[in-house]
Design a protein around this ligand. Sequence first.
Ligand code: ZN
Ligand code: FE
Length: 254
Amino acid sequence: MHVVPLPALADNYIWLLHDDDGRAIVVDPGDAAPVEAALQQRHLTLCAILLTHHHHDHVGGVEALLTRHRVPVYAPHDERIAHATHRVDDGDLVQLDIPASRFDVIAVPGHTTTHIAYAGEGVLLCGDTLFSMGCGRLFEGTPAQMLASLDRLSSLPGNTLVCCAHEYTAANGRFAHTVEPANAALAARQVEVAQLRANDRPSLPVPLATEQATNPFLRVDSDAVVAWASERGVTGDRVARFAALRANKDVFAG
Ligand code: ZN
Ligand code: FE
């Protein structure tokens, strides 16, 4: 399966997956126009739409796409998402005949209560839950919920390609560097990302192993994050450390 990020809206990526026979899936089409353009340019037929959560920048293009493509739409159980043909939940398997593919559904509450991720075909489609060197804001869930969700994603194979829904990587890296200034893998990733972005190329997808080595939100048990928390007077468990990271990132201006 080919994995292509389509830049959309301000800083979203709509993920396009397609096989060698030109049959495609799109994930979180917040806008129909970039999808239609990519289908035309690459001579692809849209066969399915996967949705991770209800925010408009992830579902806003579904209605327009359905006027031109009669395809199944997979989505979490959430009335705020219209046009779903298949409602899926944690533990479900999305099995498509065309293009032949399978995705495990993982419930990842935190950014929103009903947010789901899809893992399969070597990729993780994680919406606004996991970002490169960062994670989604807690609009509806608790720190404990979000940390449990990230723990589950972080337990996938290290060679899984993480397909995040926003290009937030450089800013996330600047915050991560304040948490772990001595992390060499993080510094190397920041250099790589700066070069990619200077050439107007996406920083994604990124192997999960890179995230495990660089993303502070996946590293709450590391010596560095434990030290960072204790320097700020954060006592308590890993949830407290995660909550402190998230709260500090929320107000980080860098
Ligand atoms: Zn969102
Ligand atoms: Fe979003």
